[in-house]
Design a protein around this ligand. Sequence first.
Ligand SMILES: Cc1ncc(COP(=O)(O)O)c(C=O)c1O
Length: 467
Amino acid sequence: MTSYYAGWEPEGPTVKTEIPGPKSKEAIAKLDKVFDTRALNMLTDFQKSSGNYIADPDGNVLLDVYAQIASIPLGYNNPALAKAARSDEMVSSLINRPALGNFPPHDWAHVLESGILRVAPKGLNQVFTAMAGSDANETAYKAAFMWRRQHDRGGPNVEFTEEEMASAMNNAEPGASQHLSIMSFKSAFHGRLFGSLSTTRSKPIHKLDIPAFDWPQATFPQLKYPLEQHAEENAAAEKASLDEVEHLILNYHIPPCAVVVEPIQSEGGDNHASPAFFRGLRAVTRKHGVLLIVDEVQTGLGATGKFWAHEHWDLSDPPDMVTFSKKAQTAGYYYGNPELRPNKPYRQFNTWMGDPARALLFRAIVDEVERLDLVSRTAAVGDYLFGRLEGLAARFPDEFRNLRGKGAGTFIAFDSPRRDEFLRRAKALGVNVGGSGVSAVRLRPMLIFQESHADILLKVFEKIVST
Ligand SMILES: Cc1ncc(COP(=O)(O)O)c(C=O)c1O
C-alpha cells in the first residue's frame, strides 16, 4: 500500500548523528536558560517533519510511533489539515477567539454537528467542549457532582438554601449530609489538574506535594498473558475487581457519584480488561445510580480499530459521559442525559470553554478519517503488526513479554526487561517510540501508519533484541 498522500513523507528513517546531535544540543542549552528542558525527549523541527516521520535540527528523521504522546492523528504537516488551516473560516476562528459560553459563533451548532458531534458515541448527543484531557475530565466530574446533588435536592427546580450558599463560600460542607467522591482505578491516569489528579494513580511523581481529595480507588484487573492460557484466572481477577467496585460504592466513607475508567489504562502501562469487565462495570454503576465516565482521551479516534474504544464492549446501555482530547486536538465530554446540564447557567463555565479553531481542525480530521476509511485501515494494520510481533515474541520471549492489544488496532504494547535501553536504541536506529508504566513499550502510531511502516518498525525491533 502506498502512502495516502503521494510524495509526502520519506521512504524511511535517516539517522545522521547521535540524538541529540550537535545542533540540537546547542539549541537545547539555549532553551534551557528560559524553559525547563528536563522532560525533553527530542528537539523537533516541525517544518521538516512529514507524515509518520519526525525530524530534528541535525537532519535526523525518525519513524514516529509515539506521535506527541498519542496526539497526532494524521501525520505531521498533513496536506488536508494544512488546507483546512488556510481557510477563511479558520483564520477568523484563530484571530477572533470567542468566550464561547457568552458569545458562541453564529454557526457553532453547525460546526459541532458537522464535526465533534458527527462522531459522538452512540447514545450521547451533546457535548461540553474543553481545552485538554485533564479539564475534560474535571468538568465531567463537576457535571457528575452537580447532577447528583440536584437529584438529592429534589430536582432542578429546587432552589439552593441560604445555608448551602454560605457554606459553599467557606469551602465547607456543601449543605448536604455528606461529601461525594469520584472513584477511579489503581494505575489509572486521568490528568494532572487538581481534580483530575485525585483520580490519577499511575506514578507518585505526578502527585507529590499536591493536595488531593480522599477518593476511592478500586483495583484494575491485572490480566495475565497470553489471554487464552489464563482465561479462568483473568475472569476471576475481573470479578474480584467488580466486587471491589461494588463494595466501595456501598461502603466508602465518601460515597462516589461517578466511576471514571480508561478503556485501556494507557499511562499506567497499557493495562487491558475484557469487554465483559466493562459491561459488568456499566451494570454495577447503573444498579447503584452511580455515573460511568469513560476517559477516551488517549484511546479515542480510531487507534484501537474502532472510533471509540468502548465500542469494543458492545454496551446496550451507553456510558453517561465520554471524555476526549489528544488526537481530537480539541477536548470535552459527550453526554446524553439532559439532567447532566446543571440547573443554572454559569455553574459549568470558563472563558474559552474550548476553542472553535480546534473544533474546525477536528472536523477536518474526521473528514479525512472517513474519506480514507482510516479506522478500518488501522484495525487491519494493527492485526498485521500484532501478528508479526507475536512471531518476534515467539523467537525472543524474554524481550517481548505480555504482548497485548490483539484486535485493538495499533494500540499495542509489550513489557521489556530493559525498557529504557530499548527506547534509546530504537531512537538510535530511527524509531521514536514511547514507554508507559514501569516496563511497557507502547505503540501509538498515527492513523496513517501502514503495513510498510510496520515492516520498518519490526526490523528495528528485531535488531534491538538480536544485537
Ligand atoms: C487517559 C488520559 N486521560 C487524561 C489525560 C490528560 O490529558 P491532558 O494531558 O491533555 O490534560 C491523559 C494524558 O495522557 C490520558 O492519557
